[in-house]
Design a binder for this molecule. Structure first.
Ligand SMILES: Cc1cc2nc3c(=O)[nH]c(=O)nc-3n(C[C@H](O)[C@H](O)[C@H](O)COP(=O)(O)OP(=O)(O)OC[C@H]3O[C@@H](n4cnc5c(N)ncnc54)[C@H](O)[C@@H]3O)c2cc1C
Length: 395
């Protein structure tokens, strides 16, 4: 009979490590089963977060590379909307260091970190969870009272654990590019290339930029096309050797808990549908999951009903934000390139974006209401007067 852990966490990414740290520091016996070894961590992620994420993880020195308080939004035909805030809104992290720091903290808190361990099967029954691993020492089964699925996008594992799947996915692409002349974050709406697609360039250091793309499919290909665009290609000093891509859930899972099991982070679709950002939402889910699990373990009540408090808490905190974000994304993905031009032009001319940015309800992590409201305010004007003809029509 294998030894019994309180909690087995599948996935030592940012969300899994935060759940593991919190439970292990409360004295629980936790094992984290992570496929990638520490020396093979190569995150496909831009690593931009708002201040609440920093407050949550307490970054070590060197983790925050830069801060940003402004960005320029660029429409398919090149119309520009500059947005700025009085204070730093976003922070760019050394993303590989983030993973290593969170793994180290989980281990220091007392969690057993098993790296190079590929989970091949998860089984949750009424009295125990069994997780089969193909690892450095061959095949092994871990038995635990509870299973936390924090594996990122992994439909097979979620199915085996009896959990729901995120209802919708897009694809994200990532590369580091040697590039000049990117002094602030640039966001490009790429409705002319693929409906609903957008790209971002984030300066990290002089001459070094992180490129990201979110697209319904073929994100790496869209990134390649983006890098060949006039206005972009002339600033690229050296094309990236490799553009990584991976799926991004853009709709929250319909069921993220069951008897003895929870999903957190990307595995549960806890990602902003507007930008694909999931670090903050995953961290908030990790905190809620750890609090509910600590109590459930102490009472030895690991029923679906007891664990449903995790899902209820998370949905009550973020459900509205995610629904508005999904609506904003759905509207954007139906707009033609001409309409996006019109919306950006109107937003720049009327100052609507600046007004919304200044509203107390706006923040880096809670932006979907402002985005949706800006879209809906500018859309009628853009529909009536396609971009380029508005000034004429008004004079
Ligand atoms: C191009 C791109 C850019 C992004 N930029 C941002 C950004 O700027 N800001 C932001 O907040 N978010 C961003 N994101 C999203 C962010 O990266 C994710 O939301 C975040 O990494 C989710 O963390 P996680 O721990 O839930 O999952 P993951 O980071 O996916 O971690 C899951 C872990 O589980 C492990 N695993 C998977 N399957 C198994 C298995 N069978 N056995 C063992 N281990 C397994 C994996 O190796 C991995 O370490 C971006 C995503 C993409 C694609």
């Amino acid at each position: 009979m294998p030894e019994l852990y309180d909690v087995a966490v599948i996935g030592g990414g940012p969300s899994g490590c935060l759940v593991a740290s919190a439970l292990a520091s409360g004295g629980r016996r936790v094992v984290v089963l992570e496929h990638r070894r520490a020396d093979a961590v190569e995150p496909c992620c831009t690593g931009i977060v708002g201040r609440p994420y920093l407050d949550c993880i307490q970054p070590c020195e060197d983790l925050v590379l830069t801060a940003a308080r402004s960005a320029v939004l660029i429409s398919p035909s090149g119309r520009r909307l500059h947005v700025a805030s009085a204070v730093d809104q976003a922070f760019v992290l050394d993303r590989a260091l983030l993973e290593l720091q969170l793994r180290r903290r989980a281990a220091e808190a007392g969690a057993e970190m098993v790296e190079g361990a590929l989970v091949t099967r998860a089984r949750v029954s009424t009295d125990v969870c069994e997780t089969k691993v193909s690892g450095p020492d061959g095949a092994r089964t871990y038995a635990s009272r509870v299973l936390v699925v924090a594996s990122g996008v992994n439909p097979g594992l979620l199915r085996q654990a009896g959990l729901g799947q995120p209802a919708k996915y897009m694809v994200g692409a990532h590369a580091e590019v040697e590039m000049d002349g990117v002094d602030e974050t640039e966001v490009y709406f790429l409705s002319d290339v693929a409906p609903g697609a957008f790209a971002w360039l984030v300066p990290m250091a002089p001459g070094r930029v992180r490129l990201g793309v979110l697209s319904a499919s073929l994100a790496a290909q869209v990134a390649g096309m983006f890098l060949a665009r006039p206005g972009v290609r002339d600033r690229v000093r050296r094309q990236p050797l490799h553009i990584a891509q991976r799926p991004v859930p853009v709709a929250v899972s319909r069921r993220m808990h069951g008897e003895r099991v929870l999903a957190v982070g990307d595995a549960a679709g806890q990602v902003k549908p507007t930008t694909g950002g999931g670090l903050y939402l995953g961290a908030m889910a990790a905190a809620a999951a750890a609090a509910v699990l600590a109590e459930a373990l102490a009472r030895d009540d690991l029923s679906a009903r007891a664990l449903s408090r995790y899902e209820a808490q998370w949905r009550s905190a973020f459900g509205g934000e995610l629904r508005r974000g999904a609506l904003a994304r759905a509207v954007y993905s139906r707009l033609s390139a001409g309409l996006v031009d019109g919306v950006i032009e109107l937003a720049a001319r009327t100052g609507v974006a600046e007004t919304l940015l200044r509203s107390p309800s706006f923040s880096f992590d809670r932006h979907s209401g402002a985005l949706l409201s800006g879209l809906l305010r500018c859309l009628p004007g853009a529909l009536l007067h396609p971009a380029g003809r508005q000034s004429e029509a008004e004079s």
